[in-house]
Design a binder for this molecule. Sequence first.
Ligand code: PLP
Length: 450
Amino acid sequence: PQPNPQAGAAVKAADRAHVFHSWSAQELIDPPAIAGAEGSYFWDYDGNRYLDFTSGLVYTNIGYQHPKVVAAIQEQAATMTTFAPAYAVEARSEAARLIAERTPGDLDKIFFTNGGADAVEHAVRMARLHTGRAKVLSAYRSYHGGTQQAINITGDPRRWASDTGSAGVVRFWAPFLYRSRFYAENERQECERALQHLEDTITFEGPQTVAAIILETIPGTAGIMTPPPGYLAGVREICDRYGIVFILDEVMAGFGRTGKWFAVDHFEGVVPDLMTFAKGVNSGYVPLGGVAISGAVAETFARRPYPGGLTYSGHPLACAAAVATIHVMEDEGVLDNAARLGAELIGPGLADLAERHPSVGEVRGLGMFWALELVRNRETREPLVPYNATGEANAPMAAFGAAAKKNGLWPFINMNRTHVVPPCTITESEAKEGLAALDEALTAADEHVA
Ligand code: PLP
């Protein structure tokens, strides 16, 4: 594409004048003007092209502008752009069928939403009505969305400004061996102690008051911490024992990100009662999310109305995009690509970077879902920047980010971590290109190692 700085300047000027951006002090941001995107890359109006190691906000699991999904959206627009949710329409029925066939166990009914946060809102509402109880237990180091209930359930600093303190939410610590809250020395101890801590929390809160436990199957933005073997099965068992609804949030980890349809597929025998999804369901080409509902919870609303809905629930354009995305994932071996390149190239490549760069404290992940924990000191594990740092305190991570971009790589950064979360369709040569750019960028982080 030809550079066109003038067009870029106009886009930027209108943005600065009128677009109010998420999570930002409006006058302190400088949103790059983006001219286009395709596959694993996007480019600006000045002729700079970037390899996208963020998949947008970890959602373009099949990359940008996949021609088959674009065509399916065009075709749906030409035949039935929209239709209200109370009717049975082909795109919606077909999307629900394809999703339900891939979700585990008896999660066979799909309630469609506009995105992840409202999926979480509805999952929590269903759990409260199903149990007749009010409290929700959620984990520190989690993100569940920006709406009022979802942000209150969230266990990261994005909650602080909106925390009403009265939303019936109780937080607990989930397992994370690298920064263990349980003084654990191995995964077995971390698992046992995290389960004991959860059970103690329930005992002291009163089991009969707890409607649901919600967890990201593999926490995403909080740091991609795969739970130790046995943890999710243990949570399932605790939920069964106390009649608590188990909600798994697969908004980020679902639809191929981990090399399987859902992250929970890595944990044999574990089936939640409710499972939320969004993002990768149609690579975010048109906004869509949803809740997959078990037989038991669905039964609660079989003869009693479910008190909730959305004008755009199961929007045909979004559902047609989901149908096409699922077919692309299957026909083009996208899950296998993510699993194989994760295990054979990205995982070993990142381990090699960790050996050569003292700023890398830990590498963890699977599929196209990886985190590098950047530290000032490998022994003490002191993070490269303090928790929730801004401005000068965050300078080492900013320097790392700038170095990556200079090398044509757009990195995902959260606090002291960079996540490697490219599209699941990434090619071998693109992955190698990204690893080489990361190698250079980590040299900037190494300068801050104490
Ligand atoms: N849940 C998880 C695990 C997420 O990662 C996100 C978004 O990043 C959400 C929920 C919220 O989704 P949305 O931004 O589509 O509302």
